[in-house]
Ligand binder design. Sequence first.
Ligand code: C2O
Length: 528
Amino acid sequence: GLVEHDFNVTWVLHNPDGLRLRPVIGINDYWPPPAIRVAVGDRLVVHVHNLLGNQSTSLHFHGLFLENATHMDGAVQVSQCAIPPGSSLTYNFTIHQPGTYWYHSHGSGQYPDGLRAPLLVHDPDPPFAFNEEHVISLSDWYHDEMPGLLAGFISKSNPTGAEPVPQSVLLNDTTSIDIPFKNSRHKTHVYLIHVVNVGAFAGQYLWFEGHNMTVVEVDGVYTQPQTASMLYLTAGQRYSFLLTAHNDSASAVGNFPFVASMDTTMFDTVPPGLQYNATGWLVYDVRRPLPPPALLASDAFDAGSPLLLDDAALVPHDAIPLLGEPDVAVELNVNMQTRRDGTNYAFFNNITYLHPVVPTLYTVLSANASNSGSSNADGGPEDARIYGTYTQTAVIQRRGQIVQLVVNNLDVGRHPFHLHGHNFQIVYRSAANAGTFDPVANASLLPAATATPIRRDSLLIFPNGFAVLRFRADNPGVWLFHCHIEWHLATGLVATFVEAPVELQQQYAPSSGISSVPADHLAVCAAA
Ligand code: C2O
């Protein structure tokens, strides 16, 4: 079917945590923006009209692969130009993946000002049974607007490079939510809960009292059912899990708290009085009290705690085996630096990403294909140099090649990395302080990895640790790989994959160059 939306992007005044009324970016004069609901096979059409007046915008559909539609990916100066105030642009693509996703602005550090919401893709035939479903979004929240926070973060008056600390945690964009839970002595009621961390920075722990979660989906990939007491979601990550209602009488059961708790180890300082937890309740009986949560021992939050689900140990329901030996090896070393002038930037391989003037996709489509050849240094679309010195571009020449991406986190902080256009197999992820991946010394780690590794599109890498990831280049396009902490994305922790550029040019044929990109997409470049 067709699901069509008109989104006027507008400033709205809102006070989601009850502590500060502030301008937020909403849709159609309302905040929070609506969750988008579609079904597998649907075509989604979103007409975006930028009525902000003072800021450009875009929408990215996080986790959707956009096969044959890389120009709909929404990444500013990568797959499109930003939509300037007063302009419109239509996103239009077909969705093939079931599960839990989200959409957000993808430019200028904008989405934490409010332009983000869940996107759920209904599956008529999922590999598990349930009676009802709910979605929970988790988010850190700032009282100040992003442009000022970002300038302060970068500036030399922030000598430690500390990221701004959020003021609150939101559950479904408010301070607390109740989820009505049914019970019956005769029938067990099962709830499917989708959870998305739409926040800017903080990882979130999530746990429910009195109920175990049975995880069935991670970032759009069905898993073999896995029981968990506690989840950790970085910015950008999603899970779906089943909660089974108790089937004693409601009055005997009472009500149960659940808690979303920010990972305060990511903050350089924890301001006194910071409300880093938000509590909701599973409400079986409205007449009974809502008990406060019991506090957990702090070691419950440590990586390796038996309470905490290890996402790398999940098993995909489709049991797709480990990809074979890679054709293309990419290594990215993560580094946060205070530059000599005192400003703070983030680096992959000592390059801090700067947006190219022309979106990278348009550079691919305009490159002279007749210069495509085996040298990859001839100015053709496979020549990484044409994408600019500050864009950290890896070119995957041909569709079907297996890419191994090694990420070495040389930083003392946790970083959640996200890949556009794909998910990746987690071949191996080290604990904190494991150092860098050495293909010889660490070779034995890889066969030791599971034969059917889990895939996801957003992954936490621990401080001074590393990850080895693989994916098959089966989706010609221009795709970002970046840290999903908005402070780090905005200061350059970004790499670009140009995937099968010659085939991509053919996809956009018969018109040559960029003229086969929809006119409204090209028009926003001219309007800017
Ligand atoms: Cu959710 Cu490149 O982003």
